[in-house]
Write a protein that binds this ligand. Structure first.
Ligand code: D5M
Ligand code: FE
Ligand code: ZN
Length: 459
């Protein structure tokens, strides 16, 4: 149990009963057990006790994973060693479930044994040789080996990125004189997402709606579209079935995020930006439960995972607004939702030819295939080296939501609905300079039961 979880438990009336119940009811408790998982278990129990006869449509949100209050970063270099070893172990656990992983060997073993085989390895630096082939480092806890991918190999087109964990199949070449022992890679298999659908239909009542990137305080915030939206959500019959509103980060424009940003701000104080945001959200009917994560413009640390907004900010908002970290993995009445702002979409569009920021769901598929939200370290998306890698997609969600690129896009990928939610900020001068064309003022509305999606435009 984490220190925060312990503190929380210590404040309950019946700590040992809670632990007994939890151990009995839940098979897969996380290690270490964090405060949020514990709290949502305790609160869910209370809900069950109180609400059974009065209302059937109680809000139920269980936080399955969120860094808030759980950060272990100490700023030591060792943190990175632990972080990457957690990344490796968690992704190895996912890959190991694949049929192809049978017979995979440790790198140390295969180096001695030679011949054909497979390894589950983290990819190190990759570079191209003068003959147009690729050379890379493969690593696991037992050691490392030089990898080679010929341009004729099917592995050549796999868009391998540094720091991803893959199953590499091939054969070991004997070292000879100046040459290292080399693993000649024929095939790369990723953790991926199982194709077979065995999910039963969700019996979620009502709808969920998605928006993001409000950038409150920015001159480019589109007031008209927002008023139009508020009018719709308060009065339109089509809005009555919305029970959850999910906000995917960049709640306010913040301050000092990019050069000369102050010239484009109508509210220049970040606390006042949140006060305005709170006022705006208070116009939304309070029986709609709002869930919001921070983004790179918000008032929390930039490296990911980001904790939820500080309590002094949260206190400005009505009771129906719940703040969680970026990313968060939530269970909302049985619907599993992965919520991530989406910084790494920029990295993936820089690194993979077919991915662009105008086509964010394509980037989201690349994250799903690699089962990681920030597959490559050291590019534009900063990562905080937590002891446990919270950016691994351990469990495949029913819904995966991002924002950040100011586009709206929806697509199904196997059993998951991918959503990139819209912005309420028009093009800024800064974006104009970088030729970024936003697609603002839209709301994605999803019925999780029928999996039907509509996009409502307010511009
Ligand atoms: O992101 C708004 C838009 O700007 C979105 O399309 C991503 C893009 N953006 C943001 N930061 C970067 C960097 N560092 N490189 C390239 N493109 C970027 P927002 O987070 O709202 O400012
Ligand atoms: Fe944004
Ligand atoms: Zn952003």
């Amino acid at each position: 149990m984490t220190p925060n979880a312990w503190d929380y438990l210590d404040r309950q009336e019946n700590p040992s009963d809670i632990i007994d119940e939890m151990v009995e009811e839940k098979k897969d408790l996380p290690f270490p057990l964090g405060r949020d998982v514990l709290r949502s278990f305790v609160e869910k129990g209370k809900d069950d006790d109180e609400s059974s006869s009065t209302q059937d449509l109680e809000v139920s949100i269980e936080i399955l994973s969120d860094i808030t209050g759980e950060s272990t970063c100490t700023g030591q270099l060792d943190d990175f060693v632990d972080y990457f070893s957690s990344r490796y172990e968690k992704l190895r656990a996912v890959i190991s479930k694949r049929r192809e992983s049978q017979g995979a060997m440790d790198i140390n073993t295969i180096k001695k044994r030679k011949g054909e085989g497979k390894v589950i390895a983290m990819v190190g630096d990759i570079y191209s040789t003068s003959n147009g082939n690729k050379v890379l480092k493969l690593e696991d806890p037992t050691g490392h080996i030089k990898g080679f991918i010929s341009q004729d190999s099917e592995a050549y087109d796999a868009d391998l990125l540094g720091d991803e964990v893959v199953l590499a199949e091939g054969s070991v070449w004997e070292g000879d004189g100046d040459y290292d022992v080399t693993f000649n890679i024929d095939k790369i298999v990723r953790p991926g997402v199982p194709k077979i659908s065995q999910k039963k239909k969700k019996d979620f009542e009502g709808k969920m709606a998605f928006l993001g990137d409000l950038h409150v305080g920015s001159e480019a915030f589109i007031d008209d579209a927002w008023e139009h939206f508020i009018d719709w959500i308060k009065n339109d019959e089509g809005a009555q079935s919305i029970r959850y509103l999910i906000i995917s980060g960049d709640l306010v424009d913040g301050i000092g995020i990019y050069p000369n940003q102050e010239d484009e701000l109508t509210i220049k104080n970040i606390y006042e930006q949140y006060e305005e945001m709170a006022r705006m959200l208070s116009e939304i009917p309070e029986d709609i439960q709002i869930i919001a994560i921070p983004g790179n413009h918000d008032i929390v640390r930039n490296p990911e995972p980001q904790p939820s907004l500080p309590e002094e900010i949260q206190d400005m908002f009505s009771d129906n607004v719940r703040f969680v970290g970026n990313p968060s993995f939530l269970d909302i009445e049985g619907v599993k939702l992965l919520l991530y702002h989406g910084n790494s979409i920029n990295d993936l569009s820089d690194l993979i030819y077919e991915v662009s920021s105008d086509n964010p769901v394509r980037a989201m598929k690349e994250m799903m295939k690699r089962r990681h939200l920030v597959p490559v370290y050291g590019k534009k998306t900063p990562i905080a080296p937590e002891e446990e890698d919270h950016l691994v997609i351990d469990e495949v969600p029913d819904i995966f939501v991002t924002g950040h690129v100011h586009h709206t896009e929806i697509e199904k990928y196997h059993d998951t609905i991918l959503i990139n939610s819209s912005t309420w900020q028009d093009q800024t001068d800064y974006q104009k300079m970088r030729d970024i064309q936003p697609d603002p003022g839209k709301l994605v509305v999803l019925n999780p039961s029928s999996r039907k999606v509509t996009i409502q435009s307010f511009v």
